[in-house]
Design a protein around this ligand. Structure first.
Ligand SMILES: Nc1nc2c(ncn2[C@@H]2O[C@H](COP(=O)(O)OP(=O)(O)OP(=O)(O)O)[C@@H](O)[C@H]2O)c(=O)[nH]1
Length: 402
């Protein structure tokens, strides 16, 4: 059934601008994570990632940045001891100056990551800087030291290799790793030009080694990100219907609460509403047609809900045959219209049994508009009470919460 394109389901661009969507919703239209979780498309770039997954991904990335940042911060002064043994006084001063800048930069990166809990862009920036700073330090030392003294540096030539290997620690997309790897190849080429090994057999061997390491790191990124997506999906989605599960819904309600308190942006938040719905006499469907047909009805019901709501709305299986829809940019009247549209769509939908015969299905819906001083969880409870009244009143109807 095609998705209706009325005012409620398809807000105009102007309205989108005036009333921004919550920054944590899961756009379903992309089909992300729905098809093949381990596909290259999902790990190649983050274009197809839902915003919801992007937050989980950024959280994971931030933890890695903090851990690796601290390791770099501790290792760098230790390395100064090697310099002290290997380098004459005047060269040591040059590297110590660069190392001081590196330490200050690393401390800033750690601070940036620490202060960027829900800021995806800033977390990505801190990850990029974490790799760029040691590379810049190496380039700076190469520029500052006289060419004939460069050979006296111990351990510095490993920096591009170390950084490319470090790419595999982070859940980067393949594109991100490739960009960082190409930058490291440039750095190695520059170092080889300075030390005179550029286009020699030894230089080409180094390039080949770095390129091979980059391919291994990108493969590690792919598997790491695939695993992360799989775990994310298992933890947040209901396997039967593909909708968000109850735990993920609770998280969305918490984020909605934080969003309304201005935690994500300074924009005033638009009106939101909660729909709670339950398939009528579902036990009878199970008893008459069998549990497997009951499962098919649940999956098909989820499909109807998805079709009748916008990608940015949050649709969840609350448990058993109960479902919840969080509507954004919807006041009470509009939420009531959406609920009525869902009720009618369910009533008219062809739910097939194993013989393709129609299983009659209806639903009761409770609607609650989120009030200014109300926690989303309270609105959910009011929607539940309204649903109960809809059942009492004879089912297959929409009831608004008081
Ligand atoms: N097939 C299937 N059945 C389920 C699933 N989860 C819960 N159920 C069944 O859903 C039925 C819910 O029954 P009730 O709570 O009595 O509700 P109802 O029959 O829909 O009656 P009303 O809600 O009052 O209209 C129970 O028989 C559960 O076993 C599931 O994942 N698959």
């Amino acid at each position: 059934m095609p998705k209706p394109v009325d005012e409620t389901s398809s807000p105009t661009p102007q309205r989108r601008k005036a009333t921004p969507n919550p920054p944590f919703t899961t756009p379903r239209a992309s089909g992300e994570l729905r098809a093949n979780l381990t596909s290259i498309r999902d790990t190649f770039s983050n274009r197809h990632h839902s915003l919801d997954f992007a937050y989980s991904h950024a959280h994971y990335l931030r933890n890695r940045v903090l851990a690796v940042g601290v390791i770099f911060l501790l290792l760098s002064p230790l390395w100064a001891l090697v310099d002290a043994v290997m380098l004459p006084r005047e060269l040591l001063d040059t590297t110590l100056m660069g190392r001081g800048l590196l330490l200050a930069g690393l401390a800033c990166v750690i601070l940036l990551a620490k202060l960027s809990r829900e800021r995806i862009g800033r977390i990505r920036l801190s990850a990029g800087l974490l790799l760029a700073l040691p590379a810049a330090f190496y380039a700076l030392v190469l520029i500052l030291l006289p060419d004939d003294e460069v050979v006296r540096l111990a351990g510095y030539a490993f920096i591009p290799f170390l950084l490319v290997a470090a790419l595999s620690i982070f859940p980067f997309t393949i594109v991100e790793s490739l960009a960082a790897g190409i930058a490291m190849l440039w750095l190695l080429a520059f170092a080889q030009m300075v030390d005179g090994s550029w286009l020699t057999a030894q230089g080409l061997e180094g390039m080949w080694l770095l390129a091979s390491l980059l391919v291994v790191s990108m493969a590690a990124n792919h598997f790491q990100l695939s695993l992360l997506m799989r775990v994310y999906r298992q933890a947040t989605h209901d396997p039967l219907t593909g909708l968000l599960n109850r735990g993920a819904l609770s998280l969305h309600l918490e984020k909605l609460q934080a969003w309304r308190h201005g935690e994500y942006s300074e924009h005033s938040t638009p009106e939101c509403a909660v729909l709670m719905m339950d398939i009528d006499h579902f036990k009878k469907i199970n008893d008459t047609h069998g549990h497997s047909v009951g499962d098919m009805v649940l999956a098909e019901f989820a499909r109807v809900l998805t079709q009748q709501t916008r990608p940015e709305d949050c649709v969840a299986r609350y448990g058993g045959e109960e479902f919840v829809v969080l509507l954004f940019n919807a006041d009470r009247a509009r939420a009531h219209d959406v609920a009525e549209r869902i009720r009618q769509a369910v009533e008219q939908h062809h739910f097939p049994d194993h013989n393709h015969q129609r299983v009659p299905v209806t639903t009761s819906v409770g609607v609650a508009g989120l009030q200014d001083d109300e926690a989303p969880q309270q609105a959910l409870e009011r929607a539940d009470a309204a649903l109960y009244r809809a059942k009492e009143a004879g089912r297959n109807r929409v009831m608004a919460a008081g």
